[in-house]
Design a protein around this ligand. Structure first.
Ligand code: PGA
Length: 248
């Protein structure tokens, strides 16, 4: 399985034209990269980008856990699939923090996404306070256990699920987690997955949090990461292309 490099554009850029230009520059620069690359723009830009995606996978940044009906403002897995979307990010710390997403909500969304045939990038990670209080492993264990509760083994095949380890204190701060600490957490997560789900042992585990081209290769080569979830640096085509190349 190739390394997975995901671009999380969050709520950027602010026009369709910029979104299309950014996407086209990334597509052009990536050429025949070995890594699997997935671009996760805001929902609104997905149709325009899907038309000329040229082999780059598309991802959504959110999903709702019902298929259709009276859920104002929501978007379902069936709708995303219909557009040709392959991946969805679930459990991102910004959704947990600003939109009150609990482990239970995250679990419902993961189940629905897998049922809809989407691949999931499931984000977990501890806050600075939790880390300082020595609770990191407990938090990671809780998020994994609850997030993946009642999901059948076969649905967690390697191609269906990736876990993104994103320490909350490292996101958007420029303060990326050290390779040593990341390795410890990735090893811990891998062990947990192996214990809870037979298929979990092969799950791709990504690192995210202030990834840039100067540090990206190190996570792949020395921390045991099978990919990266890139926020800020994915808005700069040249920088993002360097990150993708570093993951080969
Ligand atoms: P960042 O964001 O690369 O800007 O730190 C990562 C993320 O939130 O997924």
């Amino acid at each position: 399985m190739h390394n997975l490099i995901a671009a999380n554009w969050k709520m950027n850029p602010i026009s369709q034209e910029e979104a299309r230009n950014l996407f086209n520059s990334i597509k052009k620069g990536i050429g025949s990269a070995q890594a699997e690359v997935v671009i996760c723009p805001p929902f609104l830009y997905l149709p325009a980008i899907a038309e000329g995606n040229g082999g780059l996978a598309l991802g959504a940044q959110n999903i709702f856990w019902e298929e259709k009906g009276a859920f104002t403002g929501e978007i379902s897995g069936a709708m995303l699939k219909d557009l040709g979307v392959e991946y969805v990010i679930i459990g991102h710390s910004e959704r947990r923090k600003y939109f009150g997403e609990t482990d239970e909500i995250v679990n419902k969304k993961i189940k629905k996404a897998l049922e809809s045939g989407l691949k999931v990038i499931f984000c977990i990670g501890e806050t600075a306070e939790e880390r300082d209080a020595g609770k990191k492993n407990k938090i990671l264990e809780r998020q994994i256990k609850n997030g993946l509760a009642d999901i059948e083994n076969w649905k967690l095949k390697i191609e269906n699920l990736a876990i993104a380890y994103e320490p909350v204190w490292a996101i958007g701060t420029g303060n990326n987690c050290s390779v040593e600490e990341t390795k410890e957490s990735i090893d811990y997560i891998r062990n947990l997955l192996a214990l809870s789900h037979a298929e979990g042992v092969n799950t791709r585990i990504l690192y995210g949090g202030s990834v840039k081209s100067e540090n990206s290769g190190d996570y792949i080569k020395n921390a045991g990461a099978n990919g990266l979830l890139v926020g800020g640096a994915s808005l700069n085509a040249e920088e993002f292309i360097k990150i993708v190349t570093s993951a080969e």
